[in-house]
Design a protein around this ligand. Structure first.
Ligand code: PEP
Length: 248
């Protein structure tokens, strides 16, 4: 049985004082948790996570990274810099990056490789738009997003990634995929992982993301191939995030 992972995506939210209270509440409330926990924060707050979460069972990570190692790339943040601040995870290919920054499947694959080279666990996001779901293209779109990443990594590296299925129409909208809808896509993704590395595929966590909240987390997390959640809005409220952690 795969251990569940509950990862928060703070997006572009936070301040030193707000974060201090939120991290302290999560740290004290998560004491007995039986799942893995992470918070993915804006880059300026890596050091704060390192100081406030260091020595706890809660991991932290980033929300994006550069494909370059160093040099004349103004504004970018290298994988090695995330690692330097103790990040264990980095979100790659979030739909907001794909939509607002034009990130292609190819770029997302390169970012995944960069993350792995620095010892980070990439949380590779895939997901379809509403019109793609309505026109029956979900498996084709989401499958192609994962295929691009699988083509760029080795069979051994497969064991070191996390996949997050996030239907774009469910992110921040209050609409959630039904547990069965999500499970169907997760099972399709698991099949692709199996084709790449049958042994490791059973260990790879596939998270669901898209308006996961305390009141729907239990039924989503009960599905066979839903191994945790990537949580946006609800990760900004300690009580909600902790309730989802308890559901896991
Ligand atoms: C996300 O940001 O990845 C996300 C799933 O957001 P929300 O939980 O708010 O839908």
């Amino acid at each position: 049985m795969r251990r569940k992972l509950i990862a928060g995506n703070w997006k572009m939210n936070g301040s030193q004082s707000v974060n201090a209270a939120l991290l302290s509440d999560i740290r004290s409330g998560a004491g007995q948790a039986t799942c893995d926990i992470a918070v993915c924060v804006p880059a300026p707050y890596f050091a704060q996570c390192q100081s406030l979460l260091g020595g706890s069972s809660i991991a932290w990570g980033g929300q994006d990274l550069s494909i370059h190692e160093a040099g004349a790339f103004t504004g970018e943040v290298a994988a090695s810099m995330l690692a330097d601040f103790g990040c264990a995870f980095v979100i790659v290919g979030h739909s907001e990056r794909r939509t607002y920054h034009g990130e292609s499947n190819d770029l997302v694959a390169k970012k995944t490789v960069s993350a792995l080279r620095s010892g980070l666990t990439p949380i590779v996001c895939v997901g379809e738009l509403l019109e793609q779901r309505e026109s029956g293209k979900t498996d084709e779109v989401v499958g192609a997003q994962l295929d691009a990443v699988l083509a760029a990594i080795s069979a051994e590296e497969l064991a070191k990634i996390v996949v997050a299925y996030e239907p774009v129409w469910a992110i921040g909208t209050g609409k959630t995929a039904t547990p069965q809808m999500a499970q169907n896509v997760h099972a399709m993704l698991r099949g692709k992982l199996q084709a790449k590395n049958p042994k490791a595929a059973g260990e790879v966590k596939i998270l669901y993301g898209g308006s996961m909240k305390p009141d729907n987390a239990g039924e989503l997390l009960a599905m066979a191939d839903i191994d945790g959640g990537l949580i946006g809005g609800a990760s900004l409220k300690a009580a909600d995030f902790l309730a989802i952690i308890r559901a896991a």
